[in-house]
Design a protein around this ligand. Structure first.
Ligand code: GLY
Ligand code: MN
Ligand code: MN
Length: 436
């Protein structure tokens, strides 16, 4: 059996269980459609419903839908506009078509006629802001119990999903190397961003999220996506957090570079070592929350070793000082979405883990299990807004903080596939393959 055949069988089984548990006879997963800008007729970039691309690797066919009734073949209504405004219909043969009943439509009316009475018994999953979808009589719209059940089980990736994530990482790593070279060449942020896209022949809307391309101080802005068009007089440091997609699966990679040796370059190396040390702690049964805390203690160690904050690491962490330098979560599930869902779910009945108020941005609280894929992305930044709360704090070495500020910050981010005995680092393996 091919890995895709095994994947769609798993998806089908997961929907069977979810529908049985939530008492729906069938489901209609709508791919979605682009929103049009206010008072305009131009659509915003289209992003397919992740639960649609879970079934089939089709990401560019808005207004399509999948109807699934347990015990029967899924029916894919593939929407292909047939008019002179659009490119001609073409449905290249693909393996997924062997596993579904394919119905090509050019009008959603054809879907409703085809389904007839069945529509009213189906739970609808998708966006429904536009007609005729908004007026369809369905059993329920996005019922939370059904979504929770599906989202909980999505955490365990199939072999086919992992294969796609591997390729997505290879694509992103290829682009990262081009971006790094553009940084060495002294290019502007926008030029680096363009080099990234050109290296993988991608348009911006294909990326899983807005790339963060920050030179110097911009490395400290966690979601920086302004892209200066002029190169700075001196490019001292470069933080790039950028991904790629493959068959709808996402990569999410961060690397940080220092142009010259010295304090910041040493900090980047030390963070890289601390991140790799943390990777050795990932094992089934360990809680991701505990990894996050372990990483905070390592960041506390770096703050101490680099004489940024004085004291021993346990005290630095206990006093809450690490939060000022490493304010975001250690990572998140990744897959069909860059921040894949289900990180707070205790079970498939929708019960949630309680959140720790000290770590409000941590998106993953589940115990680690084989086949999960998540990122590990520790950082250390000079963020003045967070440091303000500590002004006058004797333990902080403000001179050292001033020395580091022009470099922004460091983050290293890899994606890990959990195995029973050992893990796979999708990101480092991708870079190693390219650097062979
Ligand atoms: N690039 C978004 C993140 O790292 O979570
Ligand atoms: Mn991430
Ligand atoms: Mn990232």
């Amino acid at each position: 059996m091919s890995s895709y055949a095994a994947h769609i069988a798993t998806v089908q089984a997961r929907f069977d269980q979810a529908l049985a548990a939530t008492h729906y006879e069938a489901v209609l997963v709508y791919a979605g459609q682009p929103r049009v800008a206010f008072l305009d007729d131009n659509p915003a970039p289209y992003k397919v419903n992740p639960l649609f691309k879970y079934w089939i690797p089709v990401t560019d066919s808005p207004k399509s839908a999948i109807y699934y009734e347990p015990g029967r073949k899924p029916v894919v209504f593939l929407f292909q506009a047939r008019d002179f405004w659009h490119a001609p219909v073409s449905v290249p043969a693909a393996e997924w078509q062997e596993h579904v009943e394919l119905v090509v439509i050019d009008d959603l009316q054809k879907l409703t006629s085809y389904l007839g009475d069945k529509l009213a018994k189906a739970a609808f999953i998708g966006e429904d802001f536009a007609e005729p979808v908004a007026s369809w009589q369905v059993a329920a719209r996005n019922p939370q119990a059904l979504l929770d059940h599906l989202h909980y089980h999505r955490a365990a990736k199939t072999t086919w999903e992992i294969e796609n994530l591997r390729v997505a990482n290879l694509r992103a790593a290829t682009a990262h190397l081009a971006a790094r070279d553009a940084f060495w060449a002294g290019k502007s942020e926008l030029e680096i961003h363009a080099a990234y896209l050109a290296a993988i022949n991608a348009r911006e809307t294909e990326l899983p999220y807005n790339s963060i391309v920050g030179l110097n101080e911009h490395g400290a802005i966690l979601h920086y996506d302004v892209y200066e068009t002029e190169a700075p007089a001196a490019s001292r440091s470069f933080l790039i957090d950028a991904g790629a997609t493959y068959r709808g699966y996402c990569a999410d990679i961060t690397r940080t570079y220092a142009r010259e040796s010295g304090l910041f370059a040493d900090l980047v190396s030390a963070m890289d070592a601390a991140q790799q040390q943390l990777l050795t702690e990932i094992k089934p049964g360990v809680n991701y929350y505990d990894l996050h805390i372990s990483q905070h203690l390592k960041v506390a160690g770096l703050l101490s070793d680099f004489d940024i904050v004085r004291g021993n690491p346990e005290d630095i962490y206990a006093q809450g000082f690490t939060i000022a330098f490493f304010p975001h979560g250690l990572g998140h599930f990744i897959g069909l979405q860059v921040h894949d869902v289900g990180g707070f779910l205790q079970n498939d009945r929708g019960e949630l883990y309680p959140r720790d108020e000290r770590h409000p941005f941590l998106r993953l609280l589940r115990p680690i299990e084989p086949q999960q894929v998540f990122t590990i992305e520790p950082g250390l930044y000079i963020i003045d807004q967070l440091l303000e709360a500590h002004v006058g704090e004797q333990a902080f070495n403000w001179q050292r903080i001033d020395e580091l500020r022009p470099f922004g910050g460091v983050r290293i981010e890899d994606s890990i596939v959990v195995g029973t005995d050992s893990n796979e680092n999708l990101t480092r393996d991708a870079f190693a393959k390219l650097e062979d």
